[in-house]
Design a protein around this ligand. Structure first.
Ligand code: ADP
Ligand SMILES: O=C(COP(=O)(O)O)[C@@H](O)CO
Length: 582
């Protein structure tokens, strides 16, 4: 239970403010997150990590000499936006290029990937690495689908130590990839976490039972077993990881391994040590030499009662990187030479540019007023359904869909209003709303709603009076854009399952000559039916995939929110005075 908070939607921002106030010696606030207090040495590769809040010390607590140069900090359980990642990278980089490293989650992959494209386009060499250590999240043959959990630390530490040693970006990437390939984690849990403001945990485990193979976002485990003794828990963790050795490790005997026994939020340190006592014995019996083991909280999931074990199979070149000194708020090792160069904190205004508002025609400004009304209706409907969306997302996801959609739709509405006040046409207004939504919401749906609004804006433009055909072309482009970026197809149980039927029905009705409002009405009804029908689908992508069976009977949260949104937009179109016709 998270007991101490103010406004739940402000929890992540307020926690970050307090964290920076407590750790001024090591970190400074920069737009999008935090960077080391000391400037990166000129020419050194900057390792920028990041992810959602709720996992402390991941990710901000891992910033400091010998560890990350910066961390992009997202909302609770939601990846930071591409804009945040790019801002932190710009604040941390010093001419040697940037490695963006993060856990392998859909939202993070989308946002860090987009940030890398932007940085590269601006002349900052940039690479990305998604950590995939959690053996329970996909089969060994599909390791690229695995989630990143406590193994994040092994990979971040390797990359940062390589950067600190002055190696060029390509070498830092090679070593970080090698570390990722040789890191495996596995976890168990006794109870799920409760998000700030929520009145129930994301999952529960019956008394006397434990969940096996859990994630770090309140994703429930894949199986249940009776609660073991500490020694039996250690046996399960060790035997699972010894049962899946990475390529190049034929037998554990004679190997050297970094070890992380990670508490997920409410398992006490003494309990961890009791478990570690047996982990150490079992590894010794198997002939594994442990190197600099870590026992403590390195990646958490709020107050989840759980434990994970990570083995980092070392090589001659990886071991010195694992054992190199570091000095971060939540991770200290050896002695780090005092940093000499200090950097001034950057105010948000230093990096935020006011987006341009090009000249627009009067008909386009009239359409912009309708678009603003639609965005207001979206915000209202999402606010009214936020809790329900969170509940649906919690069945097989991480329960944050309502929070993210709320932050995104509020920000889009504010940005649209400001754009209209500055004379924006429909296209520019939607572009500003798109960027604000993606930036403020983060997460998978934030990135995808950014794509949807941007595609619509591009189709409407700032000169013509948009007609039903232009709107339908924009919706088709939005569906294409979402599928291109997210790589989901219909049937995967995502928002695509509502968006595609919506786009198809709209285009068909418009093709038959229906006016926009009537065509939109028909299409919104199709989206609603399609969203409901996702209850019968098994998820094939993303966080819900490992919990496919659990999600049967519950619709996809993103499809439901999309259906709600298009229905609300219909209300705004119906209320608008001059309706565009085909
Ligand atoms: N690859 C994808 N393509 C399209 N939509 C996706 C994809 N992955 C997830 N989604 C949608 O995003 C929704 C989850 O959004 P949200 O909870 O905000 O993001 P996150 O899972 O990053 O926390 C899902 O219900 C699904 O509709
Ligand atoms: O908390 C996280 C959620 O990622 P999403 O894919 O946006 O849900 C993640 O950043 C942890 O690494």
């Amino acid at each position: 239970m998270t007991r101490l908070f103010n406004n739940p939607a402000a929890f992540a921002d307020e926690a970050l403010e307090g964290f920076v106030a407590a750790h001024r010696r090591l970190v400074r606030r920069v737009p999008g997150g935090v960077a080391r207090a000391a400037a990166t040495a000129p020419g050194q590769v900057a390792v920028v990590v990041g992810g959602g809040s709720g996992h402390y010390p991941a990710f901000s607590g891992l910033v400091g000499p010998g560890l990350a140069h910066g961390a992009a900090v997202g909302n609770v359980f939601a990846s930071p936006s591409a804009q945040q990642v790019a801002q932190v990278a710009k604040a941390a980089q010093a001419g040697g290029g940037v490695l963006l490293a993060f856990g392998n989650y859909a939202g993070d992959v989308l946002h860090f990937g987009q940030a890398a494209e932007r940085l590269t386009a601006e002349g900052i060499p940039c690479a990305t690495l998604a950590v995939t250590d959690d053996v329970s999240s996909a089969a060994a043959g599909e390791s690229e689908k695995r989630r990143g959990v406590a193994g994040d630390l092994a990979v971040f530490k390797t990359a940062a130590a390589a950067a600190e040693a002055g190696l060029p970006l390509a070498e830092v990437v090679r070593l970080a990839e090698l570390a990722n390939a040789r890191t495996r984690s596995f976890g168990i849990a006794f109870s799920g976490c409760t998000l700030p403001g929520a009145d129930a945990p994301l999952f529960t485990v019956p008394d006397g039972r434990m969940a096996v193979g859990l994630g770090i976002h309140g994703e429930p485990g894949l199986a249940e077993r009776p609660v073991p003794s500490a020694d039996e828990a250690a046996e399960l963790l060790v035997s699972t990881l010894l049962g899946e050795l990475p390529e190049g490790v034929d037998s554990p005997r004679g190997q050297r391994a970094g070890v992380i026994l990670n508490g997920l939020g409410s398992v006490k340190y003494e309990e961890l040590f009791v478990v570690y006592r047996q982990v150490a014995r079992l590894l010794a019996e198997a002939g594994v030499e442990t190197v600099d083991p870590e026992v403590g909280e390195l990646v958490t999931s709020f107050d989840m009662a759980g434990v994970s074990l990570t083995l980092f199979w070392l090589t001659d070149e990886l071991e010195p990187l694992w054992t190199a000194p570091a000095d971060a708020p939540a991770y200290r090792k050896g002695t780090v030479a005092p940093a000499v160069t200090t950097a001034e904190p950057l105010a948000d205004a230093d990096l935020a540019e006011e987006p341009a508002v090009p000249e627009a025609s009067e008909p386009s400004r009239a359409a912009a007023r309708t678009a603003l009304a639609a965005l207001e209706a979206i915000e209202t409907t999402i606010r009214a359904h936020a809790e329900e969306l969170g509940r649906i997302d919690a069945v097989a996801g991480d329960g944050d869909h309502g929070i993210g959609m709320r932050r995104g739709s509020e920000a889009a509405h504010v940005a649209a209003r400001q754009a209209l006040e500055r004379g924006a046409g429909a296209g520019t207004l939607l572009h500003h709303a798109a960027d604000a939504w993606a930036d403020r919401a983060g997460g998978t749906s934030g990135a995808l709603w950014g794509v949807i609004l941007r595609a619509l804006g591009t189709a409407l433009g700032d000169t013509e009076r948009p007609d039903a055909h232009a709107v339908s072309v924009g919706v088709d482009a939005a569906a294409d854009g979402v599928m291109r970026l997210g790589k989901a197809e219909t049937g995967d149980k995502t928002m695509v399952d509502a968006l595609v039927p919506f786009a198809d029905a709209l285009s068909e009705a418009v093709g038959q000559g229906a006016p926009l409002t009537a065509a939109w009405d028909t299409a919104a009804t199709a989206a609603d039916a399609a969203a409901k029908a996702t209850a019968e689908l098994l998820p094939r992508l993303g966080r819900a995939r490992p919990h496919a069976e659990k999600s049967l009977g519950t619709p996809d949260a993103g499809a439901v929110s999309l259906a709600l949104i298009v229905r609300a937009v219909h209300g705004a179109l119906a209320a608008c005075p001059a309706e565009p016709t085909a």
